[in-house]
Ligand binder design. Structure first.
Ligand SMILES: [Ca+2]
Ligand SMILES: [Ca+2]
Length: 193
């Protein structure tokens, strides 16, 4: 193989590797709207770390839904570690961030934002199923502690109880967008966007 052909192949490989990132994996309206500093790609999943403002659980869920996503779903320790590490070490977040897990409407039956039952869990002591029997009726929405990666249940919204409990239900959060472009190589060639 001639050096020129080798170089061409190298350039082609690098080009594909570069393009298979935020621009291709994250929804384009999101890429256009937010500073790409807050977008991360892991495998074929795009994550938006919304760490520059806070919302209630419902507001955060709606925000993720706007571009076809959900709140992030760390269904295993590996992904949970990734989200924890990015939040704390990359973005410097030290307070809990909403993830897509709740037991709204069915106490102790936690479900992910995609409707699936929770299998692996990572609740901090005294949170989730082991929370106080009365408090757990009020705390139905789950947030990730970026310092140790454990999950905490909180009040979902601003309401009467948040004032009583003295809890602030507006938090930073992480959205998750699954890769939706099956024919991405075709799109690259045609320049479709
Ligand atoms: Ca609960
Ligand atoms: Ca709690």
């Amino acid at each position: 193989m001639s050096p020129a052909i080798s170089l061409c192949l190298l350039v082609a490989v690098v080009t594909v590797a570069t393009k298979a990132s935020v621009q291709d994996t994250c929804p384009s309206p999101l890429v256009d709207r937010v500073n790409n500093f807050y977008l991360q790609v892991r495998g074929d999943v795009c994550f938006h770390f919304v760490v520059n403002y806070r919302r209630t659980f419902q507001e955060a869920s709606e925000d993720c839904k706007q571009d076809g996503g959900t709140l992030a779903m760390p269904k295993n320790l590996e992904l949970n570690k990734y989200l924890t590490d990015k939040s704390y070490n990359h973005y410097g977040v030290i307070e809990e961030l909403w993830i897509g897990l709740t037991d709204i409407g069915n106490e102790d039956k936690f479900k992910w934002a995609d409707g699936s039952e929770v299998a692996w869990t990572h609740f901090a002591k005294g949170n989730g199923p082991t929370n106080n029997w009365l408090i757990k009726q009020l705390e139905d929405c789950v947030a990730l502690d970026p310092i140790d990666g454990f999950w905490h249940d909180f009040l979902c919204n601003d309401d009467y109880f948040s004032a009583v409990v003295g809890s602030e239900p507006k938090k930073s959060y992480i959205c998750q967008y699954e890769q939706q472009f099956e024919d991405d190589l075709g799109d690259l060639d045609s320049g479709a966007k």
